[in-house]
Write a new protein. Structure first.
Length: 337
C-alpha cells in the first residue's frame, strides 16, 4: 500500500493550488481513479478531493445556452429535464453509461477523462507485455494482439487504444465547450479538440505520445460544460455493446439534425470507441445536407466518410458497424428508425 495525503479544498482556486504539489491528482466520484490506483496505473502522492466544491446538480439553461457543472453525476445529467429537452443525445449517452449505481457517483467532469479499456492497459502491475501508455518505449502488445475492440482511426504503431466515454461522444457531437481552470486562469476548449488521437499526440509530445490523451495543461481541472442549443434540433445516441448494462461500446454514435422541407437541413455525427477521441464525420455532415432522411440516402455518405479508416487485424467489422450505428442514430434523431 502506497501512502498518500488527502485534502478537500474549499474552493476551485484552492484546488488548483493543491494540485501544484508533486504527483497530486484530482478525485471526485472516484469510480475511475480508485481502479487506476488498484492496478498501479497511477501512484499519487496526494489526492485533491473536489467533490464538495459546489452543488452536484448544477444544470441550468439560460436562453439558448445549457450549462452543466463538472460535478453533476451521470444520472443527474441523464435525468435532467433541461438536458432531455435541449440535448437529448447527452441525456441518452449518460444513461447508457456504466450501471445505475456507478452513475450515481460518476461525474461528468471525470467521465470524459477515463482511460482506455484495452485489456493490455487494464492489467495489474507489473505488466509482462509492452504497453506504451503504462511504460513508454515498451511497445504495444495490442497492435498485433487481441485488438478487436480497439481503434480503426487515428492510431499509430505505438498505441491503438480507444477512448470509451459515452458522454464525451455526445458532447463532441453537440459542439460543446469544456470549461477549465488552472494556474494560468480560466479558459474554454471545444470538446472536439479536447481529446487527442495518437497521431495528434505524436506531433505534440513525440517522446511520450501514448501517454498524452487530452489538451489539458498541468494543474488544470474541469469546472463545467457549455452547450449552445439550436432551435428545432433533434438528437439521438446509439450504443452497440455485447450486453445492455455495465458494458462499454464496441461502437457508439451520436447524431443531431434539423429537418427542412422533409429533408435533412443540417446534421452533426460523432463516433465513439473507434479512436482515442470522439470522431466527427464532417465529410458526411456536409454531404447529407439536403438529402432525404432515408437509409438509402444516408448510409452511402457515411460510408464514404469512413473511407480513411484503417482497421486492425481483428476489427475490420467495426468499419461497417460504425457506419450503420451512425445511420441509425441519424434516423432515430429524425424519428425514422
Amino acid at each position: 500500500m502506497q501512502e498518500f495525503s488527502y485534502s478537500a479544498p474549499d474552493g476551485a482556486d484552492a484546488a488548483v493550488t493543491a494540485l501544484g504539489a508533486p504527483n497530486a491528482v484530482v478525485i471526485a466520484g472516484g469510480t475511475e481513479l480508485l481502479n487506476w490506483m488498484r492496478l498501479g496505473i497511477v501512484e499519487p502522492a496526494a489526492l485533491v478531493d473536489v467533490a464538495r466544491l459546489g452543488p452536484r446538480d448544477r444544470i441550468a439553461r439560460d436562453g439558448d445556452v445549457l450549462r452543466i457543472g463538472a460535478l453533476a453525476t451521470l444520472n443527474e445529467v441523464g435525468e435532467s429535464k433541461a438536458v432531455q429537452s435541449g440535448a437529448a443525445v447527452l441525456s441518452q449517452a449518460c444513461l447508457m453509461a456504466a450501471s445505475a449505481q456507478v452513475r450515481n457517483r460518476a461525474t461528468l467532469g471525470g467521465n470524459v477523462l477515463q482511460k482506455t479499456r484495452c485489456a493490455y492497459f487494464r492489467s495489474e502491475a507489473p505488466l509482462s507485455w509492452g504497453c506504451n501508455k503504462r511504460q513508454p518505449g515498451s511497445g504495444c502488445a495490442a497492435r498485433h494482439g487481441a485488438n478487436e475492440r480497439l481503434a480503426i482511426l487515428g492510431w499509430t504503431d505505438d498505441c491503438v487504444a480507444t477512448q470509451p466515454s459515452d458522454p464525451a461522444v455526445a458532447l463532441a457531437c453537440l459542439d460543446a465547450e469544456v470549461e477549465l481552470l488552472g494556474p494560468a486562469g480560466r479558459r474554454r476548449l471545444a470538446m472536439t479538440d479536447f481529446h487527442l488521437t495518437q497521431l495528434e499526440a505524436a506531433s505534440e509530445a513525440p517522446s511520450h505520445a501514448a501517454q498524452v490523451e487530452t489538451r489539458m495543461r498541468p494543474g488544470e481541472i474541469i469546472t463545467g460544460y457549455r452547450i449552445a442549443l439550436t432551435e428545432g434540433e433533434r438528437s439521438a445516441y446509439v450504443k452497440v455493446r455485447e450486453r445492455e448494462s455495465f458494458e462499454y461500446a464496441l461502437v457508439a454514435a451520436a447524431a443531431t439534425m434539423t429537418l427542412k422541407d422533409g429533408a435533412i437541413g443540417s446534421c452533426r455525427l460523432a463516433l465513439g470507441s473507434v479512436a482515442q477521441k470522439p470522431w466527427r464525420l464532417r465529410q458526411a455532415e456536409a454531404a447529407l445536407a439536403g438529402r432525404p432522411l432515408t437509409r438509402e440516402a444516408v448510409l452511402p455518405a457515411i460510408q464514404a466518410a469512413l473511407g480513411d479508416a484503417r482497421p486492425l487485424e481483428h476489427n475490420r467489422f467495426k468499419v461497417d458497424l460504425a457506419a450503420r450505428a451512425a445511420m441509425r442514430a441519424l434516423l432515430m434523431a429524425g424519428g425514422q428508425a
